[in-house]
Structure formats: C-alpha cells, structure tokens
Design a protein around this ligand. Structure first.
Ligand code: NFS
Ligand code: SF4
Length: 664
C-alpha cells in the first residue's frame, strides 16, 4: 500500500516497504525529509522557471519572458525561444561538466595505477588492449604497464585537446552517425572545450538562434557520452575489473545490526574501491572488534553504490531518494561521500543520531559534515582514516531500526561484454542472437531506463513502466537510481522472467538472465551506446542507432546530468522520453526539441507524464521502428528446442548459478 509522509497531500506515494517501515518508527520521529519539504513548499513551482523562460544571464535582468507578448521580451530583446534554449543548453553543459570532472579523476587514478602507484592494479588486460587499439596505441610485444601509461596519457589529452580533430572514441560509432556528425559540424573536439564553448555561446549577447545553440548542446553532450563518460567506464573497468554477472542485494535492510555500517555515497569509484580494500585490512577489522562490532559493513548509496555493486557485489542500501531514509534508521555510523547527488539535508538528518557525514573531496564540502580529505596518493591510509572515524562511532549508536525481510535479490553486472558473451556464448561472443530474437519478434525491442529518482512521482514509477514493457516483450537495460529502484521492486533477477510476455520469458529463461539488465552507474550509459552500436554492426536492424527498435527514458530525472545523457542519446540517434522538460514556455524551441530536431539527428525528445503513458509511448515508438524495418509481422509462438537453447545459452551466467525458475 502506498503511504504519504505525515499525510502530505502534495507528496508522491511511498510504496517501498522498507522506506515506509523506517519512516513510521519512533527513531525517525524528529527527522525532516524531502517529503516534508515538498509538503511545506506546496506544489506550485514558478511558471517562468519551470517553463524555461526566466533569464538571469546579465544584470539588466532577471527577465521573466512571456512567449508571444512583445512587451515581455528580455530587456536585451531576447525571446522566449532564445532564453529557454540557452537555459536548456546550460543544463546540458552542467551535466556534461559533472561527468567530465568525474572522468578526469578516474583518468588521473588510472595513470597513477598504470605507473604502479597506489593500491589498485590493471585488472582487465583484454579490455586495456582493445581500448588501446581505439587510441591507435601499439600493443604487440609491449609491457602492460607501458600500454597503460600511454593509454592514460592519451586519454588525459582528450580533455584539453585544442585542434579540430574529433575525440578518439567517436570512431566507435556507426559510419553513418559519424558522417552525420561531420555534416552537422558537431563532432566534439576537446571534452573541456565543448563545455566552455557552450557556456560562452549562452553568455549574454552571443548565440541567439535556438537551433544553433542546440547544435553546440549536442556537441557538448556527445563529448560526455562518447568522451568523458565512456572514458570513465572503460578505464574504471580496466582498473577495477569489467563487471560480470553476480548476485547481490538491494535494500535499506542491507544494514547490519552488529556491524559498523558505512554508507558510501557519490560517484567516483576511486574512493569507494579504496574503502572496500581498507575495510578488509586486519587492523581495521581489529579496531571494529575493539569497539564492540562484529565487522565492517560497507553499503552503497546512489551511483558509486552501483559501481561497487557491479564489480564487487556490495549491496546498494539506497538510491537517491532514500539517502535521508537510510540515515533515519539510526544504524549508520557514517555516510562517506565524494561528489554529486549528495543532498545537503543529510547533515541535518545525521544530527539526530550518532552518524557522521564525512565529506572527502575538496570540491564538495557541507556545513555540519566532518571533512577528511581523501588523498589519492595515499589511498589506503586515507581510506583507513575515514573508516576509523566511522568505527569509533559504533559505541555511540543509540536506538535504531533496520527493516527486516525486505531485502531483494538482484543479479547485476551486465557490461556490454557480458551481454555479448551471455547471448553469443563464450567462444563466439556476439550480439547475433539478440538481433535474431528481435528480428523474429521474441524480443519486441530494447528500452533503456536510466537516471535519477525524485519526489515528484511515486517511488514505484520505474516499476510501473518496466512491468508494462516486460509484459509487452520489451527487454530492459537499466542504470543509475532507476536500476536501484527496479532492484528494490524485484525486477532485476532471473525469477522476474515470470513478469514478461511469453516470448521474452522464453528467452530470459533459456539464458537464465533477468529481463532487466543492470548495466551500472550513470557514466555507464556509455555502455548502452556501445551495445546499441554493436547491434547495428551485427546487421539486420538497419545501419544506424536511429533504425533500432530501441528507446530510452529517464522518467524521474532531477539532475542536470540526466539532461546531458538525454541529449547525447538523441544526438546518437536514440529517442528519449522524459516526464517533463523546462522548455514549455517557449513554443518554437519546445516544438523543435519534440519534433524538429528529428530532421537533423534522426531522433527527438518526447514528454509523457504518467508512468503507463511513458511505457505505452515507448512501445509505440519501438513498433514504429519495427514497421520501418519490415520486421513487424506477427510470428507464431515457437517453443524452444534444444538447439535453440544451445544457441542462446553457454554464457557466463551459468557461473553464478542464476537460471530462471523453469529453465532446465
Ligand atoms: Ni544519475 Fe541522477 Fe545521481 Fe546517479 Fe542517482 S540521481 S543522473 S542515477 S546517483 S547520477
Ligand atoms: Fe534579460 Fe537579456 Fe539580460 Fe537575460 S540576457 S537577463 S533576457 S537582459
């Protein structure tokens, strides 16, 4: 049953049982959460702000512009379209900047590791060599260390590149897409440069043409998707291991009564991985014992949680909207964060308990938090210092409440390599079976469900969308907080095949895979670009991403990063559906995003508010692509015989023993 926090009328439903349980306990009595603030603020957002037509770009304003009213232009004469486009483009730039700064840290960490400094190693040498090839690095007869150093240096150079040649990884896109980017002159050149140019062009008095502004917004977004996010994913995989399927759990109930509970929150896996290593060291375990705890329990929150979930099977305790809730259990000794998606309210929530919020990055401090700088050069020592602070809190723990029996099993770890192996078999890894199943109609299409959650729609929004998709035989790829929320709903494990339409269920059961494939954190949306491109390359589904029966959504977006992701999907040829866009106050610009941009990029933005409406729109778009490909004929239902099973099976999933309930 859905509840509302303190009977709040304006609040979204809370359906998550463990969230309900925590909030209704006495321990959480004095806690104020975002649900309370939504209630206090009411739901009437500023129309100019939400429609995108409030401009603060110079000191003649702020100007609130009413589209089509001559007297309500900006003081400089800016129209609603100019202002909304500038604002939207700045959102893209901010989102891309966040991924970029994250990626830069990962490249720095990678270079240190390549040079033999610090506690990490080059784990995936196969991936190292294949990425080196993309960067035209010679690998024959060379030491791993030398290849890695050269790759790290070339990767670092992508950020500050000043010539007009394209970023290296763009050549992984389909030839048709590359040609289109070239024709439109939106090939990203240097990662930082595209953000700077976007900020420049949206400064007062520069670019006033909404279509021209959006060309740069596409270039900036592409420098994120095919540049910084992709670098981060690939180098993180090489350093910490490319994810393979593993079982884990997702829920607030992953906290442990008798252990030091430490939530790792934020985004850059260098901190999280170092904490994981330090938590296994004997001196830390001894310290925990000395303080009365049976051990150290690391759990993840938000995207860094997804990173260590994918690579280590460490539980995710909470997604974005649950960061206050996990603290409200009173059972957390410390929440350790680096950058992005940390709500400043967590310091207030923690002040009700013995909990420390520990900030670790000079870029991200918070009033009320303890700051312990994480020094990458002494990663292990630094991580131990952070853990020590947390461990010492254990003795101070007062009343607490940890939900029981709500833990949900998930099977995660679907890198695009895993999908390749899983479907094609280890010795002939390929996307062929996936394409064949799409062509023969057993899989109707592929939907990516990504991004944040927020407090505007119910916490079961992702679940409602995905259940509808699965029922209609659409295979789902998930990342970020969307994936966490689907994990909580029990959809990220092979047993969830029972929620699928007959033909998708057969495929999932034969392979033993979940119908929702968890592909990682938000930077890992770059895996989806590669997977989609690989599907095109396999043949039979057109010659560009725009031809695929595939679509993306970030239904509960809140962060600017989600808009950057949406824009790089669109600029890569994939349709996206969002719950709303801050562009409705500017008629022409809004129409351009929802329709006109299609003529240039072969994809456009879509908006649908209600979860079922979102799902149905996605299915409609998938069917339209099937029609265009001429593969939308109704197929007779085929039962799997042994050959087909052999065709589908044989991947690494068997290694973790996860097969569907009726797979033999
Ligand atoms: Ni991505 Fe949203 Fe944040 Fe991750 Fe979660 S809120 S855009 S999903 S943690 S970045
Ligand atoms: Fe107003 Fe133009 Fe200045 Fe924006 S740039 S605040 S619209 S005068």
């Amino acid at each position: 049953m859905a509840i509302k926090r303190n009977g709040c009328e304006g609040c979204a439903d809370i359906t998550c049982v463990s969230t309900q349980q925590v909030l209704s306990q006495d321990v959480a009595r004095n806690v104020k959460t975002a649900y309370d603030r939504v209630k206090a603020r009411g739901m009437s957002a500023c129309l100019f702000g939400s429609g995108g037509t409030c401009c603060r770009n110079c000191n003649m304003g702020p100007c609130q512009i009413i589209d089509g009213v001559d007297d309500m232009l900006g003081i400089c004469g800016a129209t609603a379209d100019t202002v909304a486009a500038r604002n939207f483009a700045r959102v893209v730039a901010a989102g891309a900047a966040a991924h970029t700064d994250h990626a830069r840290e990962m490249v720095r960490g990678f270079l240190d590791t390549a040079k033999g400094h610090g506690p990490h190693q080059i784990k995936d040498t196969v991936k190292l060599k294949s990425l080196a090839a993309v960067f035209d690095i010679e690998t024959e007869g060379r030491e791993i260390k030398d290849i890695a150093v050269e790759l790290g240096e070339k990767a670092m150079a992508e950020f500050g590149k000043q010539d007009n040649t394209p970023l290296s990884m763009l050549k992984r896109a389909t030839p048709k897409r590359q040609a289109l980017w070239k024709k439109l002159n939106i090939f990203p050149r240097g990662i930082d440069r595209e953000v700077v140019e976007m900020m420049h062009r949206t400064h007062m008095g520069v670019d006033h043409d909404h279509e021209n502004i959006m060309l740069q917004a596409s270039r900036c977004a592409l420098s994120d998707g095919w540049g910084s996010s992709m670098l981060s994913t690939e180098l993180t995989d090489i350093m910490f291991g490319t994810p393979v399927p593993r079982r884990a759990i997702v829920d607030l109930g992953s906290l442990k009564e008798d252990q030091v509970n430490i939530c790792v929150h934020g985004h850059e896996p260098l901190l999280a991985e170092s904490l994981c290593l330090a938590a296994q060291e004997q001196d830390m375990l001894d310290l925990a014992k000395k303080n009365g705890a049976a051990g150290i329990n690391l759990v993840g929150v938000c995207c860094t949680g997804n990173e260590i979930l994918m690579r280590r099977g460490i539980p995710v305790a909470a997604g974005f909207i649950q960061q206050e809730i996990v603290l409200s259990t009173g059972a957390v000794e410390a929440m350790v964060g680096d950058v992005q998606c940390l709500m400043p309210s967590i310091a207030n929530v923690a002040s009700n308990f013995h909990t420390d919020i520990i900030t670790t990055n000079y870029r991200a401090k918070m009033p009320g938090a303890v700051h312990i700088q994480f020094e990458e050069e002494q990663a292990l020592e630094s991580a131990k210092q952070i853990l020590t602070q947390a461990i010492k809190n254990f003795k101070k723990r007062g009343k607490f409440f940890i939900p029981k029996d709500t833990k949900m099993d998930v099977v995660v770890g679907f890198s695009h390599e895993t999908i390749n192996n899983m479907l094609g078999g280890r010795f002939r890894a390929s996307y062929r079976p996936l394409n064949d199943n799409i062509i023969n109609g057993r899989i109707r299409g592929v939907a990516a469900i990504v991004g944040c959650d927020n407090f505007q729609l119910g916490d079961n929004t992702h679940e409602i969308i995905v259940r509808e998709l699965l029922k209609n035989n659409v295979l789902v790829l998930a990342t970020g907080c969307a994936a966490t929320s689907l994990g909580r709903a029990g959809l990220v494990n092979p047993e969830a095949a029972r929620f699928c339409g007959d033909s998708l269920r057969e495929v999932c059961e034969a392979v033993g895979m979940p119908p929702v494939l968890h592909m990682g954190s938000c930077v890992d949306n770059s895996r989806i670009l590669i997977a989609a491109t690989e599907m095109v390359r396999q043949g039979g589904l057109g010659d560009d991403i725009t031809d695929l029966p595939a679509i993306g959504t970030a239904p509960l977006w809140m962060s600017e990063k989600a808009v950057a992701i949406g824009q790089y999907f669109v600029a890569s040829g994939a349709q996206v559906v969002f719950q709303d866009l801050p562009t409705t106050g500017a008629k022409n610009f809004n129409k351009y995003l929802l329709e006109g941009i299609m003529g240039q990029l072969g994809a456009h933005w879509n908006v649908a508010k209600e979860p079922l409406e979102i799902a149905r729109l996605m299915i409609e778009k998938i069917d339209a692509k099937r029609d265009a490909l001429g593969i939308n004929k109704k197929k007779e239902r085929v039962l799997f015989d042994m050959d087909m099973r052999r065709d589908l099976g044989g991947g690494p999933l068997k290694d973790v023993g996860c097969h569907g309930p009726s797979a033999s």
